[in-house]
Design a protein around this ligand. Sequence first.
Ligand code: GDP
Ligand code: MN
Length: 380
Amino acid sequence: MKLHEYQAKGVFADAGIPVPDSQLASTVDDAVEAAGEIGYPVAIKAQVQVGGRGKAGGIKLVDDAEEAREAADEILGMDLKGLHVDRVLVEAAVDFTDELYVGVTMDRTEGKPVAMVSTRGGVNIEEVAEEDPDAIVREHIDPAFGMHPYQARKAVFDAGVDRAVANDVASILTQLYQLWDDKDATDIEVNPLMVTSDDEVIAADAVMNIDEDALFRHPDLAEMEEEAASDELEAKANEYGFDYVRLSGNVGIIGNGAGLVMTTLDLVDYYGGEPANFLDIGGGAKAERVTNALDMVFSDENVDSVVFNIFGGITRGDEVAKGINEALEQFDEIPKKVVVRLAGTNAEEGMEILNTDLVTVEGTLEDAVQRAVSYAEEEQ
Ligand code: GDP
Ligand code: MN
């Protein structure tokens, strides 16, 4: 499991490792407000789990509100190396003189953890390792004894880190090893670890990967995985203009109108299922809105089946049915079983139009919900 930068920085901060003041934002307005609170200049950073965001245009330094708005608008919603950017971290910019690299990982050939230090931070460390392997100092650690302070100091001095900050860098390295060990991490990396003109050392970036098999020992980290998924879905809902709340169950619910969605939710519960979400797609149900709604429930890993409860009003039942068909025809394979119940204007016509190769059609809400609950149970 990979933590997001903002999550890893939270873990670092709790462990006493210095990180810049920052706030997470999923809308342009929130990003600008956060920047104002933090104080300019700030860095606006895409929260997606890839390296090299800087080069790819996912990080912008800005000096005032106007620039912040422009940068947030550009970064939010952008496609960064195939990943959609839903959130940005707005962070106090660091006025740095040097960029270092520090990290801890498992050296599989030695079967021991290894701490690494380099004065060539701020660039892709794999490239440094190829071009100039000596620029990275490696210090193996005996896990039975942990990292001795002298080992950290040795690695830092051998790497040629400026004496003025060597002790601080060494203690950060020791803290990183401690975290690596305590949190069952597979890798921890700070690139760059920035050195400022007044000799402060601060983690400007943070990578932390956790051993999936050890997550049960760390409910706080497991929760972060859940939280990140919820945040992403909520940001998506924002973008699509849906009312959405992620819940803890596995039956996805899509409806138009808050009352209709609430009723569906209650019925799922009544029939022994657990709702995965509240999703109100609002007035109408044109193909695009249906596609967006499906994108949301299908991208929720917890969802095992989906129930549509749509009331044809201004948008008639037959149009809704066409929308659902069109949306589902875009999938080579429909990832989760979908049950549809239509009511209101032209509901009968709509149910006839629905492509039963793609969805299960039920005449009443009770039947539709029971069907979706049993589909979800089959997946368990
Ligand atoms: P990555 O490219 O995804 O690894 O993202 P990083 O957080 O490592 O940022 C990449 C580069 O952006 C850094 O090496 C810096 O050169 C620059 N950068 C990031 N944050 C700041 C900042 O607060 N101040 C300044 N001046 N540069 C920054
Ligand atoms: Mn980095």
